[in-house]
Design a protein around this ligand. Structure first.
Ligand SMILES: CC(C)(COP(=O)(O)OP(=O)(O)OC[C@H]1O[C@@H](n2cnc3c(N)ncnc32)[C@H](O)[C@@H]1OP(=O)(O)O)[C@@H](O)C(=O)NCCC(=O)NCCS
Length: 207
């Protein structure tokens, strides 16, 4: 595991399927528990009830781990005292003409651990991870009026638009709208104040 940031006892890690099978299985069980608990608390993150722990395990094992192993998906986890309390993913499997872009997926914090800044820390780490992968445009969708929307807006995401009646609620059949958001991680050219014709070309840095 690579530690990419921390907040008091909480560490944000970029997850890799290394270590013993026992370690891997424990992490998968904890990720499944976070997903399962969030869906049962009403999170709009693709799934609807009935949704079992086995369904949640299958999601991580079949839909996420292959991408992590292939290097096309980054999985970040927030861990405290060994326990995974939150997670977010970056999907890097974009088409050839969008290699500067990544999708932010499945930002989830366990219902027992919310309002402690864990989602904000995960998103900050995800942004750093995107930059390190050379991605300068982040895109995502989130339920309109949900708790995540003000977080994304406060982090500088722009609202591209709202699609009405986009997805079914997790706990009931009503349809909810989704907000499409994006954030550009500008690639800035550091320019010297005075131009020295003999000076090397200005370097590039991410803002
Ligand atoms: C949305 C979610 C990830 C927030 O996790 P969290 O760790 O509690 O969030 P944080 O403590 O980092 O809060 C960050 C910001 O989110 C917003 N926010 C989070 N929970 C909120 C709530 N219950 N009501 C209003 N705003 C809320 C606030 O803007 C907050 O900033 P503030 O604390 O400065 O006011 C969590 O509620 C969750 O897992 N929800 C279900 C899954 C989901 O909808 N994910 C989004 C998928 S796109």
């Amino acid at each position: 595991m690579t530690k990419t940031g921390n907040m008091s006892a909480m560490a944000i890690e970029e997850w890799a399927a290394s270590g013993s099978n026992h370690f891997l299985q424990n992490d998968l069980d904890m990720l499944a528990e976070v997903l399962h608990a969030a869906v049962h608390a009403g999170a709009s993150i693709s799934f609807v009830l009935p949704f079992s722990l086995d369904d949640a395990r299958a999601f991580w094992r079949e839909r996420v781990l292959p991408g992590v192993a292939a290097g096309t998906r980054r999985l970040l986890v927030a861990r405290e005292g060994g326990r995974i309390l939150g997670t977010v993913q970056l999907d890097l499997a974009t088409p050839p003409n969008q290699q500067h872009r990544a999708d932010v997926l499945k930002l989830i914090v366990h219902p027992d651990a919310r309002r402690r800044g864990i989602a904000r820390a995960l998103m900050t780490a995800a942004e750093a991870s995107a930059r390190s992968a050379g991605r300068t445009l982040l895109t995502l969708d989130t339920v309109t009026g949900g708790h995540a929307e003000p977080l994304y807006l406060s982090l500088g995401y722009q609202l591209a638009g709202v699609i009405p009646r986009y997805a079914r609620k997790a706990l009931s059949p009503e349809l909810e709208s989704t907000s499409i958001l994006y954030k550009e991680l500008h690639l800035e050219t550091a320019r010297p104040h005075t131009v020295d014709p003999g000076a090397p070309a200005p370097g590039l840095r991410y803002s």
